[in-house]
Design a protein around this ligand. Sequence first.
Ligand code: ANZ
Ligand code: ZN
Length: 845
Amino acid sequence: MKRNFKKTEAKWRKIWQKEGIYEPELKGRGKRKKFYNLMMFPYPSAEGLHAGNMYAFTGADIYGRYMRLRGFDVFEPIGLDGFGIHSENYAIKTGTHPMKFAKISEKNFYRQLQEIGNGFAWREHLETYDPEYYKWTQWIFVQMWKAGLAYRKKQPVNWCPSCKTVLADEQVIAGKCERCGTVVVKRELEQWFFRITKYAEKLLKNLEYLDWSEKVKIAQRNWIGKSEGALIKFPISNFSAKGGSAPGGQFPKGSHSERSEESSVVEVFTTRPDTLFGATYMVLAPEHPAVKNLEPRIKNLEEVRKYVKAAANKPEEERIAEGGAKTGVELKGVKAVNPATGQEIPVWAADYVLGHYGTGAIMAVPAHDERDFEFAKKFGLRIEKVIKPIPDSETECYAGDGILINSFNYNGLTSTEARMVMAKKFGEPKAEYRLRDWLISRQRYWGPPIPMIFCPACAESGKGERKDMPGWYAEREKNLPVKLPFVKDFRPKGKDESPLASVKSFYEVKCPACKSKARRETDVSDTFLDSAWYYIGYLMAGFDWKLEIGNWKFKEAMRKWLPADMYIGGAEHSVLHLLYVRFMAMALKDMKLIRFEEPFPHFRAHGLIIKDGAKMSKSKGNVVNPDEYIEKFSADVLRTYLMFLAPFEQGGDFRDEGILGPERFLNSVWRRFAGARKPAGGGHRTPIHLLKMLHKTILNVGEDIEALKYNTAISQLMIFWNEAEKAAADEEYLSAADAESFLKLLAPFAPYLTEEIWRDTLGHKTTIHRGPWPKYAPRLTAEEKITLVIQVNGKMRGSAEAPAGLDEAGAKKLALSEPKISALLAGREPRRIIYVPGRLINIVI
Ligand code: ANZ
Ligand code: ZN
């Protein structure tokens, strides 16, 4: 009898849906313990899912299914991250309007996501482009604004000439656009930012306790880039210090009013205050405000201006490229004073110093910093050694720690000691972070409009919701969502504006305060804002979105379900989504909207599927469409095959031949149970060797699933099944109960097939997928022990407990580790070892 899997898979999907076996008790307290099993939701940027996507979803689902079998109330929601550049670029490419494309892709993606056989809670699905959803995305923007965490600022920002929009730092990978790979350029624009830097320390610190894939934690740590050091003030010679502090050392707050005479001090950031005595010149970033403020004193002003202008157009990667040719210009007529030596030192502008890091100014120590060394060599600047390496060496530039020399009464201190003492004596200790604020505006169409309004009249008279941003108002909460209008020509314009800027009916509004003519913000927000809170959105979807955020029932559901218990997704989001979503939780917690600050205490990155030697992707043309394989082999077979490839966190190589093994395995199971209409068990007693093996399999499959080692779990199931089939050939069968245990172990991998057998063949009334998970008997899984007799020169000298399968090397090691034996050997190497497996070892000396 041939198995009609297409029909059965569709049948069980329907039944599962009707019975709601994958729906959690979102609202009530419930008897079962909750388990929120979250996976990264897909962004539709192609016709449908490819096998690589399915790999990720199936792997996450197996974990959820296992927890459900173990009795947990599992919530495994899914949705579409359908707003944003990914989908919009695809819509542009295919010439479809994004609103229309969204409808098409929704249908197709959801069909595929249903067919792969995941235990999704479909009732709570969400799409980020649904106005019900983005109403809350906008609401969150408003809360960020109210909390002072959203602000506008003009600064050089990343611009993708192909996507025609600004990008956040995190979306620029090695100088290129994360989406399209185009080289990103700098443009000076006023944009909306989220103040993620406020949480830099917490984002870093919490990594210590998060149970996450290590590579993701490392990526976040590096991205946040904490440096401990000090701020040190360098006076500028012959400048009277008016107003006390150091305006030249910081970027201007309201700068044009500042007079150049006030640039009396420049502050530098250094990680090496111990090298202060070796600071023989100072370097300002070309964009440092002091360069402008000092203009009246600069003798070679033309030259300096020219240099500053050229630097502004140079990509950052080039400026800081290691080994790249250093350029710079001296500010002639200007001198700074080294606060430790009291000596005057020259002041330079050079583009290897960046304006936005630290204070934008450095003390240059050419004897101990490679970049400064190169620069000093090129321009003939003084080099003064102040750190002696241990052991001493004659390197021209030594960047490590050592003992202080030429540093007056600090001589003899170690770098570590001196760093602390000198940071306090000459400046103040300070940590700097590489992380910069999250640029949130996009000059695109397909996203939630930023819910802000600008009133020129209020700006004029200095009125507004926030003192630091006159004229700006958040849209009233009762007016949300600010709906994205249908715009026929939705293509990005390439100016500084989104296509919404040409829709008068959209942007013409009245000022919420003074009622005069105002203008709605026409940029939309970054896709990553949509996904920064979606794990909460699923709960809201469970309340049909008809809720007040303060609704106690919703609060109760949040308390019950959050934070998520397991999160699985791609490592490529290490510093994108995974950083933003943590930041957002911290911000929402400080607003007292949620109670936790880490939304995902446990995160695992899945591996990637390789095909023909490359990562599966559209651009490489090596995409495998799961539909074909599901059609030909069934979803169960494809699932089992994908999970069999390699450990889930490692990924694997997709080969067509490989699928035949899992197919044979599942067919054999089906034939024995269902096809032959003759249960594998029934009235039999499982032979003892099979029983022992089954219990070991129960133990190991559970452990392997918990470690995401699905491949070894499957292979043990296969080995066990082989043995069971061999026994069956000798007319020895599994008992009915043991056969059912085996089916349950297989259920997470092949949910349709096992349900079919469970209910239709074995006649159970309820699903197999709610467990209980089989238990193993420790007495059947215990490793068998032997007593190893240890002889030296043929005389018995001792004995030791050992596992039954001990090999010669193991036996030797065990014997030599016995104190009595090692005393007898007294350091001599044995001449010969005689090992009788499982019984005795004789050491000949
Ligand atoms: C003096 C010094 C002596 C330094 C020495 C290093 C070694 P990280 O670890 O990356 O934070 N620096 C500071 N601000 C900079 C800027 N805006 N652009 C380029 N370089 C900048 O590096 C901090 C070090 O990088 C600082 O410590 C400073 O050089 C430089 F033997 O100060 B150091
Ligand atoms: Zn781009």
